[in-house]
Design a protein around this ligand. Structure first.
Ligand code: SF4
Ligand code: SF4
Length: 318
């Protein structure tokens, strides 16, 4: 039993188990136009891992058993998958609520200028990473010019109703610029709203704060600075049992670019499959059988339970 499992048993008297699957998260590949310092999947332009169409077909088949299941598309930059628009079109035709995690700057890659309108026409909700409202901080994490592209992209999206009309949500994602926990989500949202409106005249729906996981490129960075041990200690000492009910692994399952399955995108990045005796590939999956499964955990899980908690949907408790 690992340190996180012991903590969960102390706090709840049992192992971590899932509730019913409400959401399918699909990682369509690790290729990305950026190479952010905090990236837990180490995405980048040279990553060859891209989901093939037959795997997408398996997902579409699987989802026929779960009408109305929300689908959350992530990557990499998901838009760089060559089958991306076809996949979105088929998911929409099947009536699934859709959310895409975009880095915004991908709109400026060759052939991608039509993405904002494509999203609007397919009723896709957007979750866009913007780790700060200041150019210098975004540049430090994501590279030169990315902040300006992000602002231009949000402006285009605002013109299409995103971040303005209630049914076109544009959530922005903050993550810390170093080895520390995010500040209070509500207070930071107010600061983002004020600063982005006053400095750039742009709007968004809500802010999600996400804790940096000690994985991938972020962990490499911590190790280089010899801060990995201190950061892991910070996360484990900030354990908050109130976050347990909302942990995203309890309410979703993830499919990797090659069709393998995991409890969350972080476990995918670590190569941790679902618990033994459960299917390991989307072709074998019966989603209903996943309710109540034991979640596979590791030391990295303290990143989800620290302070106000962290998930793909932001903080877990106020
Ligand atoms: S954090 Fe997102 S945008 Fe940045 S390199 Fe990773 S996948 Fe790409
Ligand atoms: S890292 Fe994944 S498995 Fe671990 S607590 Fe977070 S969501 Fe659950």
């Amino acid at each position: 039993m690992n340190e996180f499992d012991r903590k969960i048993r102390e706090a709840s008297g049992r192992d971590l188990h899932s509730a019913a699957v409400q959401r399918l998260q699909v990682n369509v590949g690790l290729r990305c136009n950026l190479q952010c310092r905090h990236c837990h999947v180490s995405g980048g332009p040279n990553r060859p891992e891209v989901m093939a169409w037959p795997t997408m077909e398996s997902i579409l088949r699987l989802l026929t058993a779960l009408p109305g299941c929300q689908v959350d598309i992530t990557g990499g930059a998901p838009e760089l998958n060559p089958h991306f628009t076809r996949f979105i079109g088929e998911l929409r035709a099947a009536g699934h609520p859709l959310q895409v995690r975009t880095n915004l700057s991908v709109f400026f890659e060759p052939g991608m200028a039509g993405l904002p309108r494509f999203y609007r026409n397919h009723d896709v909700q957007l979750v866009a990473s913007l780790p700060c409202y200041l150019d210098s901080n975004v540049q430090a994490q994501r590279g030169e010019g990315v902040f300006g592209q992000s602002v231009s992209a949000i402006r285009q999206l605002n013109q299409l109703g995103y971040g303005i009309e209630p049914e076109r949500t544009l959530s922005l994602v903050y993550n810390p610029g170093g080895p520390f926990l995010p500040p209070d989500q509500t207070g930071l949202e107010e600061a983002y709203r004020r600063e982005l409106r006053e400095r750039h005249g742009i709007e968004f729906t809500r802010l999600l704060t996400i804790t940096n996981m000690p994985l991938g490129r972020f962990l490499d960075d911590l190790k280089r600075q010899k801060k990995d041990v201190a950061y892991r200690t910070l996360l484990s000492e900030a354990f908050n049992s109130d976050t347990l009910d909302g942990l995203m692994c309890r309410h979703q399952v993830c499919v990797a670019w090659d069709g393998t399955l995991a409890d969350c995108d972080f476990n995918l990045a670590l190569g941790l499959s679902l618990d033994q005796d459960l299917p390991s590939h989307v072709d074998q999956l019966d989603l209903a059988a996943l309710t109540g499964r034991r979640i596979v955990t590791g030391r990295h899980c303290f990143g989800c339970t620290a302070g106000c908690g962290s998930s793909c949907g932001g903080a877990l408790v106020a």
